[in-house]
Every structure is written in C-alpha cells, then in structure tokens.
Ligand binder design. Structure first.
Ligand SMILES: Cc1cc2nc3c(=O)[nH]c(=O)nc-3n(C[C@H](O)[C@H](O)[C@H](O)COP(=O)(O)O)c2cc1C
Length: 182
C-alpha cells in the first residue's frame, strides 16, 4: 500500500512540514509513502484542449503537454490514497495546487475510490481552502477521510506546535485504518 502527498506551496514551509509529519505517521504502520513537491517540478497550466476527454483512442486519458506532470501521472494512479496540502492564499487553495488539479483532467475518472485527506495552513483564517480540496475530491469520487488545519505565517512556525503534530498523527492513523479496512 502507498500514500502519496502533494505539496502545493512554493516554499519550504509549514504545509511541507505538515505533510511530512502526516506521511511519517502513515509510514509507522508499514505503508509506503512519497511526497511530491510541486515547487520542484515544471508543470504548465492546462491549455483546455480537452483532447484528454474528447480525443481519439490514442489521445484519450493522456495529456499532450510534455512536462513533469508526465512523470507523476503513474505515481498518482498507483497510489492507494492521497494527501493534499495547501497554504491558504486569499482564503482559497494555492494556485500551484489548483494548477496541479487542472492537469489531472486526463486521469480524474480513474481516481474514483482512492481515499484522500486534506491539510491547509493560513496566517489568520482557513477560508474556503478545505472546501476547495473537498470539492475536488467529491468531483473525482475520492472518499474524504479528514483534514487538519493550522495557523502559521513564517515557514517554520507550524513545526513548533506539538499539539498539531498529534493531530497529524491521528489523521495518519485514521487514513491507515481506512486503507486496511478495504
Ligand atoms: C499570496 C498569499 C496570500 C495569502 N492569503 C492569506 C489569506 O487569505 N489568509 C490567511 O490567513 N493567510 C494568507 N496568507 C498567509 C499564508 O497562508 C501563510 O503564510 C502560510 O503559513 C503559508 O504556508 P506555507 O508555509 O506552507 O507556504 C497568504 C500568503 C500569500 C503569500
């Protein structure tokens, strides 16, 4: 079994730390994990061609844009569960994570049934960021397992919060239990 984390922050900051802790918790149960840092990849915006949905047999389910998304499509499909992490930008998910989501257009029908958890961090208020992640999960028919949110501004702030670490471990255990019950 494998859980994949997707980090939607352009900096090495709070959400990256939160995803790392969550995945460490998952790994304690012997489940394989991998963290994908979108900031380290070159991922262009969806160009809206829709050939992944409407193209012929050789185009359907594929993206014609040749960039790092091609490396991660197989990993996303292979993973048994996902952990989505976003910093809160203008009370919504980050553009980096939304860009990633748009580029899952070729594979979203194949994501059905993969459990997903969501993490979000903001300076003052989470706004609609978790709702954004839940909307994506719902459209992809990915069962929502739970979320952890935190308040932090500077990059290392969240990592000093012991109570947050416990909440992340709890969510990790919940996700593992969901996976093992399947
Ligand atoms: C462009 C931008 C917009 C932001 N908008 C909000 C916001 O609407 N509400 C809020 O509480 N914090 C907001 N923040 C603060 C970040 O959510 C906060 O610094 C968070 O810790 C960043 O997470 P990271 O360290 O994982 O990148 C914003 C930061 C940036 C750069």
């Amino acid at each position: 079994m494998k859980v994949i984390g997707i980090c939607g922050s352009p900096r090495k900051g709070n959400i990256e730390w939160m995803l790392t802790k969550l995945l460490e918790g998952v790994a304690k149960s012997g489940v394989e994990t991998e963290l994908i840092l979108l900031r380290e990849l070159s991922i262009k915006g969806c160009d809206g061609c829709l050939s992944c949905e409407m193209g012929g047999a050789e185009r359907k389910g594929r993206c014609r844009i040749q960039d790092d998304m091609q490396i991660i499509y197989p990993k996303l499909l292979e993973a048994d569960a996902w952990a989505l992490g976003t910093p809160v930008y203008f009370e919504l998910l980050s553009g980096m994570l939304k860009n990633f989501m748009d580029r899952t257009c070729p594979i979203w029908p194949k994501l059905e049934g993969k459990p997903v958890v969501g993490l979000a961090v903001a300076e003052e208020g989470i706004g609609k960021a978790i709702e954004n992640l839940m909307t994506y999960a719902s459209l992809c028919d990915m069962p929502w397992v739970g979320q952890v949110t935190a308040l932090a501004k500077t990059p290392k702030q969240a990592s000093k919060d012991k109570e947050l670490e416990k909440r992340l471990e709890k969510l990790a255990n919940k996700l593992v239990n969901v996976l093992k019950a399947r």
